[in-house]
Design a protein around this ligand. Structure first.
Ligand code: ME8
Length: 512
């Protein structure tokens, strides 16, 4: 059986318009999913929408629509974005689906049967924007209003509520973090979670009675389930749970990676594993919390009117360019800034000049100087071997970095080889060899073509469109495009005819 890999995005609140932040999280998962598929894994890649709770109910009201009709409409925006971005998710879950109600109610029953849920009443602060409860000590007062650390306004809530005995899970959570040091990445975020849990956990209110838009609590439909318990459950719903015999559950649970933004780490790294342990279910292997984007140095917000629309971005700069920029510009895990100048700089400097030119120079020389046929090489020199082994070493380097979601490191490692290949072209000067030593020219062009083949295989998860065009130009068959064909065993065999090559990374016009 193939190795399996299950990666998830957060499910996005449907009340918002999809923006660069959503596209970023899903893009990171998409690159990973593509990489793992090429590397021989059976992959399940899940995204979707979070459609319950007070926030969505209020947005539906404001739109003058019943919540179901409203969510049907706005969920589609996220699906459209995913299609437009060519994301390769295997499933798109909506929390309003019947399969999800079944899973939520089943988890609830398990928690109840385990004695981890009891009825009480909640009196405290709630932020609808975050769908989160806050303690008095976490709040500050701004202009007479109580504000959560996230900046959201809070309201005082008093209502009957079921509670989850979170306080009882403190030690077991700490033991889990201890035993699984890579469960929360990056490690700076792990430390934040550890100190939060060590600070003491309070029981968590897990049902609401003052509105209706959600999954009813089994045997007490006065209550609906707290939207975060409902939302987190999506990850296991999509594996077929509560049918634990289903093939997807067997193959994919526990998930390998929940990718989230740093804003929602606590829910994923504290509440979710506690729910799962209490329900007697396995805990996911990793939660990775990435950073946030700002726009030209400013926090992105609807009220500032500087929300970046990923569709506009792609229409302006190109899909591969945007994918490359987002994964290369910022060390993954850190916050990052989007700027027009940086975007153009990377697209022109690294894609068009470094990578694009390398491929275009090499393939054009093969086309012009070798009668449009890939030459067979003569004996390799030491320089040739250095160049080839640097290229062949890239797959293991990429695997190692991707195992800790260091996308920027993978791309940097690839660029080290691209720069080396450009330096090799200059040093070998095949245009001079054309007259002086045509046989040696063929070997040099062969070495370079083989480098481009391997580079193009490896850049598929990051720049799928351009990589596939490069592989087309090198006449690499569809079935020879997985990482099983990376390396010397599948090296190019000379003799095939090339079409006139075309550049795959156009230079972008610089306008201010
Ligand atoms: O929190 N930079 O949904 P949400 C980077 N429904 N990423 C950003 C970002 C930014 N400026 N803004 C948003 C929810 N994100 C819940 C999740 S999961 C069981 C439930 C990304 O629509 C980032 O991944 O508010 C963040 O975690 C997510 O969007 C929040 O999406």
């Amino acid at each position: 059986m193939n190795k399996s890999y299950y990666v998830t995005t957060p499910i996005y609140y449907v009340n918002d318009v999809p923006h660069i932040g959503h596209a970023y999280t899903t893009l990171a998962c998409d690159a990973l999913a593509r990489f793992k598929r090429l590397d021989g894994y059976d992959v399940k890649f899940l995204t979707g929408t979070d459609e319950h709770g007070q926030k969505v109910e209020k947005s539906a009201e404001a739109a003058g629509m019943p919540p179901q009709g409203f969510t049907d409409r706005v969920s589609q925006n996220f699906r459209d974005l995913a299609d437009f971005m060519d994301f390769t998710h295997d499933d798109f879950i909506r929390t309003t689906e019947a399969r999800h109600f079944r899973a939520c109610q089943d988890i609830w029953k398990r928690l109840k049967d385990a004695g981890d849920i009891y009825l009480g009443s909640y009196a405290g602060w709630y932020a609808v924007r975050d769908e989160a409860f806050y303690g008095e000590d976490e709040l500050k007062t701004v202009d007479g209003k109580k504000i959560a650390p996230s900046g959201a306004e809070v309201d005082w809530v008093e209502e009957p509520s079921y509670f989850f005995r979170l306080s009882a899970w403190e030690d077991r959570l700490l033991a889990y973090y201890e035993a699984n040091p890579d469960f929360i990445l990056p490690s700076s975020r792990r430390n934040e979670v550890l100190s939060f849990v060590k600070g003491g956990l309070q029981d968590l209110s897990v049902s609401r009675t003052t509105f209706k838009w959600g999954v009813p609590v089994p045997d007490d439909d006065e209550h609906i389930m707290y939207v975060w318990l409902d939302a987190l459950t999506n990850y296991i719903t999509a594996t077929g749970y509560p049918d634990t015999d289903s093939s997807d559950y067997q193959k994919f649970w526990p998930a390998d990676l929940h990718m989230v933004g740093k804003d929602i780490l606590r829910f994923h790294a504290v509440y979710w594993p506690a729910f799962l342990m209490a329900a007697g279910l396995e805990v996911p292997k990793r939660v990775y919390a990435h950073g946030w984007w700002t726009n030209e140095g400013q926090k992105i917000s609807k009220s500032l009117g500087n929300v970046i629309d990923p569709i506009e971005l792609v229409n302006k700069y190109g899909l591969d360019q945007v994918r490359y920029f987002m994964l290369r510009e910022v060390p993954f895990g850190n916050d990052g800034d989007f700027s027009h100048r940086a975007m153009i700089g990377r697209a022109n400097g690294e894609l068009a000049n470094d990578y694009g030119n390398l491929a275009q120079r090499v393939l054009s020389m093969v086309f012009k100087n070798c009668n449009a046929a890939m030459p067979d090489p003569g004996p390799f020199t030491a320089d040739d071997n250095v160049m080839l082994s640097a290229t062949y070493g890239l797959l293991n380097t990429a695997r190692k970095h991707l195992d800790v979601q260091a996308f920027h490191e993978v791309l940097e490692a690839i660029w080290v080889v691209i720069r080396k290949a450009n330096a090799y072209v200059d040093a070998q000067a095949p245009w001079k060899l054309k007259k002086e030593d045509p046989e040696r020219m063929k070997t040099v062009l062969y070495v370079l073509s083989e480098c481009v083949r391997n580079l193009a295989l490896l850049t598929q998860p990051f720049m799928p469109e351009a990589s596939s065009k490069l592989l087309d130009q090198l006449c690499v068959a569809e079935e020879a495009r997985s990482f099983a064909s990376f390396g010397p065993e599948s090296a190019l065999k000379g003799g095939f005819q090339l079409d006139k090559p075309e550049g795959v990374f156009p230079r972008l016009d610089v306008e201010e």
